[in-house]
Write a new protein. Structure first.
Length: 436
């Protein structure tokens, strides 16, 4: 038998735990003729099941199984056992994985390979003899999904690390989400007394043509700082969106300034026929498996939950953002002080010449609005409550800041969002609007 490893070993650089010396060369697997035939027949315009038809009760089975053991964890365990030459154990676990998640096509493919390993060697993952072009495309997607899942195990962020974009998160913001397109990964954080804590991460799909959305219909996923705006129930949606959806506020103020178009960018689930989709499979949304989405739907709060979508996240220790937070807060405090003291000219110095607010408000119109604000304040000190600041850097640097603007003596005030642009050593506001 050939000594190349089944599936994952042939496709990726395995993490250390999967490269242990083998007691015996593992059997190489290919699909049986029956499995290969199913793979070919099942290909459709959208990514379809490669191996088996999905029972009507698949959604319920998936949700129930997810509560006890995450499907991806079990798949990686099958890979690891196979790489160690413990193919019988791998086969037994692959059987139960497919039973619990019948629409998990990657698990179906691994099971087919393990079954056929008893008859002939396998040169690669899903080694179907002369597959039809469409079936070959599906197999290529599954192989790439496998690579991404294994890479996520090997390249996990350090314990306690957070994305550098999360400069400051309000105590009232209970959760935050970050998406790393390069790793096909979504990270869910909980915000508590000790700060942000990574509580889960999930395999995720992005646009068919990748990232950096520019215009309507380009099938790309936008990059930037966004917020969940609402929650959509599955009953309101087509099966394509799975267990529900969380719309994002694309295009945001920075997107609009850059002339980007389009709408309807959601974080949503997968069709009932698919546990997961290819790494690049959506029309621009971010899609995750239904059990994973269900946890998020039941956890996060619309309007206050930020979602950072990046080509590649930069991870730092929580201390790594302290300096940036302190430096920016000095600028924000100076803006607040100028407004508290009623100094219109000094206050206007914090805004860009090309400022454009809500409903296309110009800098001239802003001047009139600020004059009204100062008259209403009558010299009272402003307190900025429940403040969050998220840093976005690409060709320029942007800080997305949200806070409640509360005059001294008042119990509440308008919730505002500002977009600050860094020019050299100076931060200035190019958008400001009341959001609540």
């Amino acid at each position: 038998m050939a000594t190349a490893l089944l599936a994952i070993g042939a496709l990726t650089a395995l993490p250390g735990w999967a490269r242990e010396p083998q007691r015996a060369a593992p059997k190489k697997a290919v699909h049986t003729q029956r499995t290969a035939a199913k793979a070919t027949r099942a290909v459709a315009p959208r990514r379809a099941a490669v191996a088996a038809a999905v029972p009507v009760a698949a959604k319920a089975q998936v949700a129930q199984a997810a509560r006890s053991d995450q499907a991806e964890t079990r798949l990686i365990r099958v890979y690891r056992l196979t790489a160690q030459g413990r193919t019988e154990e791998a086969l037994a676990q692959a059987h139960t994985l497919v039973r619990d998640f019948p629409n998990f096509q990657l698990a179906q493919l691994a099971l087919g390979d393990l079954l056929t390993a008893r008859t002939r060697p396998l040169a690669q993952f899903g080694d179907v003899a002369a597959p039809q072009p469409e079936a070959g495309a599906v197999l290529a997607e599954l192989r790439q999904e496998s690579r991404q899942r294994v890479a996520a195990e090997r390249l996990r962020p350090a314990a306690g690390a957070i994305p550098a974009a999360f400069v400051e998160i309000s105590d009232r913001t209970r959760h935050a989400i970050a998406v790393d397109a390069s790793r096909s990964r979504l990270y869910l954080f909980e915000n508590g007394k000790q700060g942000l804590r990574l509580v889960a991460d999930y395999y995720a799909s992005v646009g068919k043509l990748g990232i950096e959305k520019e215009f309507e219909g380009d099938q790309r996923t936008p990059l930037g700082v966004y917020y969940i705006t609402s929650r959509l129930d599955a009953k309101q949606l087509a099966d394509l969106y799975g267990s529900g959806a969380l719309p994002l506020n694309y295009p945001n103020a920075l997107d609009l300034r850059r002339g980007k178009t389009g709408s309807g960018i959601w974080l949503h689930g997968t069709p009932s026929t698919q546990f997961s989709r290819a790494p690049q499979a959506t029309d621009g949304c971010v899609a995750i498996a239904n059990p994973d989405l269900e946890r998020i739907l039941n956890t996060v709060e619309p309007r206050s939950t930020p979602v950072v979508i990046s080509s590649q996240l930069h991870w730092v220790t929580p201390q790594g953002v302290v300096g940036e937070r302190q430096a920016f807060n000095q600028v924000l405090d100076a803006w607040s002080k100028a407004k508290s003291e009623g100094d219109l000219q000094r206050l206007l110095g914090f805004y860009t010449y090309d400022f454009q607010g809500m409903r296309s408000q110009s800098i001239t119109e802003l001047r009139a609005t600020l004059q009204e604000d100062l008259q209403t304040l009558r010299g009272r000190t402003l307190v900025l409550k429940d403040k969050s600041a998220l840093h976005w850097q690409d060709s320029s640097e942007t800080m997305v800041v949200t806070f409640a603007e509360v005059p001294a003596g008042a119990r509440s005030g308008p919730v505002k969002r500002q977009y600050w642009r860094r020019q050299g050593q100076r931060w200035q506001i190019f958008f400001e609007g009341v959001i609540g």
